[in-house]
Design a protein around this ligand. Structure first.
Ligand SMILES: *[C@@H]1O[C@H](CO)[C@@H](O)[C@H](O)[C@H]1NC(C)=O
Ligand SMILES: *[C@@H]1O[C@H](CO)[C@@H](O)[C@H](O)[C@H]1NC(C)=O
Ligand SMILES: *[C@@H]1O[C@H](CO)[C@@H](O)[C@H](O)[C@H]1NC(C)=O
Ligand SMILES: *[C@@H]1O[C@H](CO)[C@@H](O)[C@H](O)[C@H]1NC(C)=O
Ligand SMILES: *[C@@H]1O[C@H](CO)[C@@H](O)[C@H](O)[C@H]1NC(C)=O
Ligand SMILES: *[C@@H]1O[C@H](CO)[C@@H](O)[C@H](O)[C@H]1NC(C)=O
Ligand SMILES: *[C@@H]1O[C@H](CO)[C@@H](O)[C@H](O)[C@H]1NC(C)=O
Length: 248
């Protein structure tokens, strides 16, 4: 801050010279004062530029306290890890299954910052400054984005309550889905060109059990999700499962 305040003061002679004009200053010595002033002005401009450069942008705030800087850096690292995971698992969609841990870490880190706001110790100002002191509020914006993405993906609907991995009913569903597909493929082998009604019947007879179970489990899952819904729109299966069975 200090150099920025000093700089204009040191510019004063130059400003004076310019304000008085060349005529008023041309009386002195071998070198006209106006020229001398211009030369000085150039030097001062250079100096000023350097000082500004060294001081950082106008309005640059002092460094965060170490503890707060650590909070912010940890959040940044978690964001980067989660973003990388979401991107890598975008296709085929496996983000609920694979990014769950990253998401939980990010929530925890955001929680640390939020809790620090209520701390009456010195980190009070720091956490507050991370969360609310500028127009963008990147930390809040990022956290909101991840929350919305996670909710839109309905990940909670097919993950185990508090550990990584798909819930049992989801695993069962995918297994039945696989069995049904395999059964269909097996029974339709070599008949893709022409399917007689009899052959259809054959498939239905052979695969009806798995298919019926699959259907029941699917309805169960939807009912379950609707029943335990904290938010109104979670009657969908999670995106991983939707994508696996192409029902999205
Ligand atoms: C409050 O901040 C101090 C110093 O940063 C820290 O030691 C303490 O654990 C914090 N308390 C809570 C409740 O977060
Ligand atoms: C994101 O969700 C978590 C858990 O539900 C919540 O604690 C946090 O406040 C949310 N973040 C934002 C920015 O709303
Ligand atoms: C996980 O399950 C426990 C007990 O079954 C419950 O108390 C807790 O709220 C659940 N957590 C979540 C995030 O659903
Ligand atoms: C899920 O399956 C595992 C292994 O098959 C089993 O040990 C566990 O008890 C099951 N959990 C629930 C909630 O059914
Ligand atoms: C079904 O399961 C088998 C054996 O576990 C596996 O080889 C196959 O890739 C699975 N098919 C699908 C569509 O997931
Ligand atoms: C099923 O289709 C195959 C080939 O198209 C045919 O040879 C076979 O007779 C059919 N089976 C029945 C039960 O219609
Ligand atoms: C499934 O097929 C078996 C054998 O063909 C039959 O006995 C049973 O009634 C069928 N079930 C349904 C629900 O169609």
């Amino acid at each position: 801050m200090a150099p920025l305040l000093l700089a204009p003061l040191r510019c004063l002679p130059w400003l004076l010279a310019l304000a008085l004009g060349p005529a008023a200053l041309a009386s002195e010595g071998s070198r006209p004062l106006a020229l001398q002033a211009l030369g000085e002005a150039e030097e001062l401009t250079e100096e000023l530029t350097e000082e500004l450069w060294r001081a950082g942008l106008p309005g640059d705030l002092p460094e965060l306290e170490p503890e707060c800087r650590r909070l912010l850096a940890a959040f940044a690292d978690c964001s980067a890890a989660l973003t990388g995971c979401l991107g890598r698992r975008a296709r085929p969609v496996r983000l609920c299954q694979n990014c769950h841990l990253h998401y939980r870490r990010l929530l925890a880190q955001y929680g640390h910052i939020v809790r620090a706001v209520g701390n009456s110790s010195e980190s009070h100002n720091c956490a507050k400054s991370i969360l609310t002191s500028d127009r963008l509020q990147i930390v809040v914006t990022l956290s909101e984005f991840f929350n919305e993405t996670w909710e839109a993906a309905n990940c909670a609907n097919c993950l185990k309550n508090s550990s990584e991995g798909l819930s049992n009913s989801t695993v069962e569903f995918l297994d039945l889905f696989n069995k049904s597909l395999t059964c269909f493929e097996h029974n339709l082998q070599g008949q893709t060109v022409y399917l007689s009604p009899n052959n259809y019947t054959e498939v239905c007879k052979n695969c009806n059990e798995t298919y019926k179970m699959l259907n029941e489990l699917y309805n169960n899952l939807q009912r379950l999700n609707r029943g335990g819904a904290e938010s109104g729109h979670s009657s969908h299966l999670c995106i991983d499962v939707e994508d696996a069975v192409s029902i999205s």
